[in-house]
Design a protein around this ligand. Structure first.
Ligand SMILES: C[S@@+](CC[C@H](N)C(=O)[O-])C[C@H]1O[C@@H](n2cnc3c(N)ncnc32)[C@H](O)[C@@H]1O
Length: 411
């Protein structure tokens, strides 16, 4: 039976802003800002580390535009469950039959989706991205609406569940995954955050793929009340949110979650030293989220520092290394096993006999290969030891960074 409808929710007359504290390691206990003392939207800065109780669309309209760096949204799935579902042993499956997941029809669900996505887009900085998670019930509708509204889809990521719920009726395949659509605000967005290099480094130097294998949220991570009942029916695993935030945000960024539920996004944000705004209309969920987030200890800063990506590193040509006299014209470079040697020229090229070319071209030529990374192939002798010339480049980059920092305008 469909009773209440998520799209038809009326926000309470008096809105409360729950703050989970500042983003430092030791935050104060949550502050309950008195209803009516509503500063959100009146100044131009968005709140940080706040849970706002109310309808997400109404709340988002009161937040300043272009203020958030990343959005994670886990909206109602519109599961359309018909009646109770039981296991073969006749025990009841604890499915999602909450009022907030019920809509009269697809048209109503689409109208709601359009509304909240429009409100979200206004809050996104031009460089911001959004990740929306859903299942086959809703994700295709969400994807089409994202495109209609002008978002630009970057990936769809499949979260393959290590321990999915079986299909008890045996009438379909086990529904073992959910889909996350990752999209930029605009087709032209170029400067969005994607921590490609560090993700790859953490994945044994292999590009991270768009299928993620993770367990659903169980065990001690799952919030339960005194009677053992799940506090929230669709609590997402923290590992999933950690991956999303690590991939698409940096420490200090502001992450918005318009369907905060039990606050998993806030947990990942606090642990990873991002700030968050969580919107949730159910006070019980909001209170559980606040308590859960307040117990999280942020990770040490050095475990999270932004690593310079190859793209963000200044380009250093070998000629600059020669100009800086880190390698001198006339010196010889050799490979790690001293099988080949080449002369450094004054113009930054290398020579082997009459052949002259870049460090890469001469490295390839020496080995009879089509290509070679000259930075790692060629070595220079210093104090009787061979050092890859890549280390000279790294030293130059460090000097360039230092120079840039010392001349940076303090304002
Ligand atoms: C799928 S759950 C999110 C679960 C969350 N990701 C977690 O890990 O706990 C969706 C949540 O959105 C809330 N919700 C639904 N419609 C809403 C609306 N219009 N405004 C604010 N919250 C809403 C529901 O109360 C529910 O807690």
């Amino acid at each position: 039976m469909r009773t209440a409808r998520a799209g038809a929710f009326r926000p309470p007359a008096q809105l409360q802003v729950l703050r989970t504290g500042a983003s430092e390691a030791k935050r104060p206990a949550a502050i309950l800002r008195a209803a009516g003392q509503d500063t959100v939207g009146k100044d131009s800065t968005a709140p940080r580390d706040a849970i706002l109780i109310g309808d997400c669309v109404a709340e988002m309209m009161r937040l300043p535009e272009a203020s958030v760096d990343l959005v994670f949204a886990d909206p109602p799935y519109n599961l359309q469950l018909e009646g109770a579902l039981s296991r073969p042993d006749q025990s009841l499956v604890d499915g999602v039959d909450d009022a907030w997941d019920k809509f009269a029809d697809f048209a109503e669900y689409d109208a709601f989706t359009r509304q909240w996505l429009t409100a979200v887009r206004r809050l996104m900085k031009p460089s911001a991205t959004i990740v929306v998670i859903g299942s086959y019930h809703n994700i295709f509708r969400v994807g089409a609406i994202l495109q209609d509204l002008g978002f630009w889809i970057l990936n769809d990521i499949v979260w393959r569940k290590a321990n999915p719920m079986p299909n008890f009726r045996g009438r379909r395949f086990t529904n073992a995954h959910e889909t996350m659509i990752w999209a930029a605000r605009d087709p032209q967005a170029k400067a969005y955050t994607f921590n490609y290099e560090t993700l790859k480094a953490g994945n044994e130097d292999v590009q991270v793929r768009s299928d993620w294998f993770l367990p659903i949220c169980t065990g001690t991570e799952r919030l339960k009340d005194e009677t053992g009942r799940k506090t929230h029916p669709t609590q997402k695993p923290e590992a999933l949110l950690m991956r999303v935030l690590l991939a698409a945000s940096n420490p200090g960024d502001l992450v918005l979650d318009p369907f905060f539920g039990s606050g998993t996004t806030g947990v990942a944000a606090r642990r990873l030293r991002r700030a968050f705004i969580g919107l949730e209309r159910d006070r019980t969920y909001a209170a559980a989220a606040r308590q859960r987030i307040d117990a999280v200890e942020p990770l040490p800063e050095e475990a999270l520092a932004i690593a310079p990506t190859r793209r963000s590193e200044p380009r250093v040509a070998f000629s600059s290394v020669v100009e800086a006299r880190l390698a001198r014209p006339g010196e010889r470079l050799v490979d790690a096993r001293r099988r080949f040697s080449a002369v450094v020229r004054a113009d930054g090229a290398l020579a082997i006999g009459p052949a002259v070319g870049s460090i890469h071209k001469i490295g390839a030529l020496a080995q009879g290969l089509p290509a070679c990374n000259g930075w790692t192939f060629w070595h220079i002798e210093r104090d009787g030891e061979l050092t890859p010339i890549d280390e000279l480049r790294a030293a130059m980059r460090a000097a360039m960074r230092e120079a840039a920092e010392s001349t940076a305008d303090p304002l």
